[in-house]
Structure formats: C-alpha cells, structure tokens
Design a protein around this ligand. Structure first.
Ligand SMILES: Cc1cc2nc3c(=O)[nH]c(=O)nc-3n(C[C@H](O)[C@H](O)[C@H](O)COP(=O)(O)OP(=O)(O)OC[C@H]3O[C@@H](n4cnc5c(N)ncnc54)[C@H](O)[C@@H]3O)c2cc1C
Length: 438
C-alpha cells in the first residue's frame, strides 16, 4: 500500500458517516478474466455516476474499487453540494472565453438539479437539505463577496440573496462574519448515503461492481487490459476515476494534481434548539477564506465542521482538539459541546483549481480509449455527478459538455512528489497570511 493510501485509511477511521449509513453486504472482488464495454477504476461519485449513465445506455460496465464503495473522498466529505467550480469563473473565461465559461457554469447548476433528480428517481434517502450560505470573515471580504454575487447575477444569470453586515446575525449566530450571500439552489446531504445510493442505482441498471479490487496495471491498446491481483478486465474503453490514488497507473495525470488534506469534526447531537439557533435556515455554510471553514447542521442536530488544510500526508496530532478550537472560535456558545468524531481525507487540487477531464492519447497517437476525471479540487460533490454523465456521453459517442471541459489546460506541479511539497507549503503559508490580514 502506498504511504498516501495508508494515511488516507488512517484518516477515515473515525468517520461518523460510516456509523450512520448501513452498508449492507457489499460487492465481491473481481476473480478471473472478464470482457466488457467499459472498465471504471474507482468507486467514488465520479466512477459511480459514469457507471450508472453507461449502464442506462445498455453498455456493460465493471467498476473496480480498491477499498469499499465511497471509502475515498466521496463517502466522507463535508456534504456540501454547491454551484460552480473550486476556481473562480474568470479562470475559465481566460481559457475558454465568456460564452463557453457560461456553458461550463450552467453545467454546474445542472449538476445540482441532477442530484435532486437522482435522489427522487432512485429513492436515495440521504438527508438532502436546500440552502448554502457563503460568509465573509472581514469587511473587505464582505465587499468582495457582494461584488462577486452581483457579477454572478449579471454575467452568469445566477442571482443569489445578498446579506448585509447588520443582517448577518439573523442567518448565523456567530461573531465572526461581516456579510454573506445565500443560494437556495445549492444544499447539503449525507455523502456516504448518497454514494451508496448511487452504487445501488448503477448496479440495478446493470453495472457490475467489485470492492476490494485494486487495479495494479493498465495495458493500453485496441482492447485495453485492466489488471487486478486476482483478475483482468478486457474493455473497449477505460475510465480513470481514482482521485489522488491513481499514482503509477497514470503518472502524467498524477503530476497534475496535489493531494491536500482537509479535516472534519462532528459534535454529539446538541441540546434541543441549539443547532436551529446557530443556522436558522439549516443551510450549509462556507467562509470566504482560502483555507476555509465549512460546516452544516445534521438532521439529528449535530454540527459537522470542516476546515484546516495540510500538505502533509501524516494524520494531524490532536485532530479533534484542533477542530474543536475552530468550532468554538466560530460558535463560542458551543464551548461545552463534545466532539464525537474527527476524520479527514485528501482532495485532488490542480494548479489552477479547475477540474481536469480528458482522454489519454492512444499509444499510436490521437485520442485513445482511456478517459479520466480528476482535479475536482475540493468541490466535487455535485460536479462529479455531472462529470460522470458527460464522460458517459463522450464514451457513447454522443455530443455533450465533455469536450468543453477537456479544452481546459493544466500544468504539472514542478518536480516529483517530494519537490512538489515545498512549493505547496509556501503557497499555504501565503494564503494563511492573506486570510489573517483580512
Ligand atoms: C474531508 C473532505 C471534505 C470535502 N468536502 C466537500 C464538500 O463539502 N463539497 C464538495 O463539493 N466537495 C468536497 N470534497 C471533495 C469531494 O469529496 C471530491 O471532489 C469527490 O468526492 C471526488 O470524487 P471521486 O469519485 O473523484 O473520488 P473518490 O471518492 O476519492 O473515489 C476514488 C476511488 O477510487 C479508488 N481507487 C483509486 N485508485 C484505485 C485503483 N488503482 N484501483 C481501484 N480503485 C482505486 C479509491 O479507493 C476511491 O474510492 C471534500 C473532500 C474531502 C476529502
């Protein structure tokens, strides 16, 4: 096992979602050689969404998951399904022009609709709650947030409700914030329940899932071969959806993303009325800092609070205590609340924070049979669903938005994994300083 995977598994151990979402019997590992139309590496939201879409089109699909379905970022994230991308839209405008940037943004809104449709269509009980609140930690950031929201309304036809500094207390009972923006179309859910629901929907549509099945090698060619410890899949096409763990399977892709640790703690259920008083709209909340805090209430009145950021693959010492400090800094009224669980995971950050979708060149030149979805940069809960749909359209030869995203250019982080680190340390230090200056 790679050190990154080992550390990722350690970070997953105390995840509350695993305790609150029954997994059922699971899926058997691959054993033997099989043929299919599409082999998918990775049973997270990106891989499962593609599996569902491809199976619905009548294609034979195998999903190969090293751990259990949703054991990566998809099953233990903050649960916030938010419009847009991890990067600001001008990053996309600079590369694709305004018209295509508008198309990209519209797809991120469709991604939110798609979650609602899938929840309803496949009866996925995953605690969906409407509403997202962006909050500013300084007057300067509040002014910037207001200008940003005005631009989203005029340029992207996406109006959101601005909240002035003297009104923000009605939305969030915290002394930290100086203004905000409310978006009723975004929302939040229990990510593991949703991921498992998507897995069952894909299986019901005909996809075959394998857990405990790590892909060790891929041999490209007219019929790509995907190798695992106990079997092989011969597929017409392959999708790589392994997030930060692809490593040696596709070194060129791995160099374009950096694994960055992010952490979550959740409280015991709070005393009656307290959770409702913190965020009366029950929206998900994110602040505007670069190393941001993100939090939301759960249906059983816990506060689920994410934040920090780390370039190191080591599990932070005293994680629960450090998350508790962040919680109490935001909500001093929770000084007595007990932290029940603390966990973390890695996000796949690209240099420009834009997603990285495409198709590897074939050994003989030209576009090949191996597609990839990566670089969600910590903003993938909603977009993975749409990404799966887009890649399925592309694999089935249908027109769609995949080509649009694949025109986004990405650069490799300089150096190998060890040289990439110092650059990121410097980057994080700079961002922390910028956040601290207000
Ligand atoms: C702590 C945390 C909080 C987050 N909060 C939010 C949030 O609130 N909102 C938001 O939008 N996004 C959030 N994100 C990001 C979001 O979770 C991800 O963008 C999204 O889940 C990525 O989905 P994925 O399918 O690409 O990756 P994953 O869910 O990581 O799935 C990839 C899967 O591939 C498997 N795999 C890898 N290599 C192999 C191999 N060789 N063989 C077989 N299987 C393999 C892995 O085991 C893994 O299960 C958060 C992420 C983390 C870690």
């Amino acid at each position: 096992m790679t050190p990154l995977r080992e550390s990722d598994r350690a970070l997953a151990r105390d995840c509350w979602y695993e305790l609150s979402a029954p997994r059922g019997p699971g899926w058997a590992p691959l054993d033997g050689t099989v043929d299919c139309d599409v082999a998918i590496v990775g049973g997270g939201l990106a891989g499962l969404s593609a599996a569902l879409e491809l199976a619905q089109r009548g294609l034979s699909v195998r999903v190969l998951e090293a751990g259990t379905v949703g054991s990566g970022a998809s099953g233990r994230n903050g649960g916030q399904a938010i419009h847009g991308l991890a990067c600001d839209m001008p990053v996309i405008e600079a590369q694709l022009g305004l018209d295509d940037a508008r198309r990209v943004f519209a797809l991120t809104i469709e991604a939110l609709d798609l979650i609602r449709q899938r929840i309803a269509g496949h009866a996925i009980a995953c605690d969906w709650q409407d509403g997202f609140l962006a909050v500013a930690t300084s007057p300067r950031k509040a002014a910037a947030l207001e200008i940003w929201a005005q631009r989203m309304a005029t340029v992207y036809d996406y109006p959101m409700q601005p909240i002035a500094g003297d009104d923000i207390g009605r939305w969030i009972a915290s002394p930290r914030y100086h203004g905000g923006v409310h978006d009723p179309r975004s929302g939040h859910l229990h990510p593991l329940k949703y991921t498992l629901g998507l897995a069952h929907a894909a299986a019901a549509a005909g996809a075959v899932l394998h857990e405990g099945t790590e892909v060790s090698a891929i041999q490209d060619g007219p019929v790509p071969r995907v190798r695992t410890a106990r079997g092989e899949v011969r597929a017409r096409q392959v999708l790589l959806a392994g997030n930060v763990h692809l490593g040696g399977l596709a070194p060129g892709l791995a160099r374009r993303i950096m694994p960055v640790g992010t952490y979550i703690a959740c409280t015991e259920p709070l005393e009656p009325g307290l959770a409702a008083s913190l965020i009366p709209s029950r929206s998900a909340v994110c602040d505007t800092d670069v190393v941001l805090d993100y939090f939301r209430p759960t249906p059983d009145d816990r506060l689920l609070f994410g934040g920090r950021g780390s370039y190191s693959t080591l599990t932070p010492a005293r994680l629960a205590q450090s998350m508790r400090q962040r919680i109490v800094r935001t909500f001093p009224q929770l000084a007595q609340a007990r932290i029940a669980h603390a966990w973390g995971g890695f996000v796949d950050i690209t240099m420009n924070r834009a997603p990285d979708f495409g198709r590897l060149p074939s050994p003989g030149g030209g576009a090949g049979r191996i597609y990839y979805l990566q670089g969600f940069s910590g903003h993938g809960l909603a977009l993975t669903g749409m990404a799966g749909r887009l890649v399925a359209q592309a694999m089935a030869g249908e027109a769609g938005g995949f080509e649009l995203f694949s025109r986004l250019k990405h650069r490799a982080f300089p150096g190998g994994p060890w040289l990439r680190m110092p650059a990121l340390v410097l980057g994080m230090a700079w961002y922390r300083l910028r956040d601290a200056l207000g």
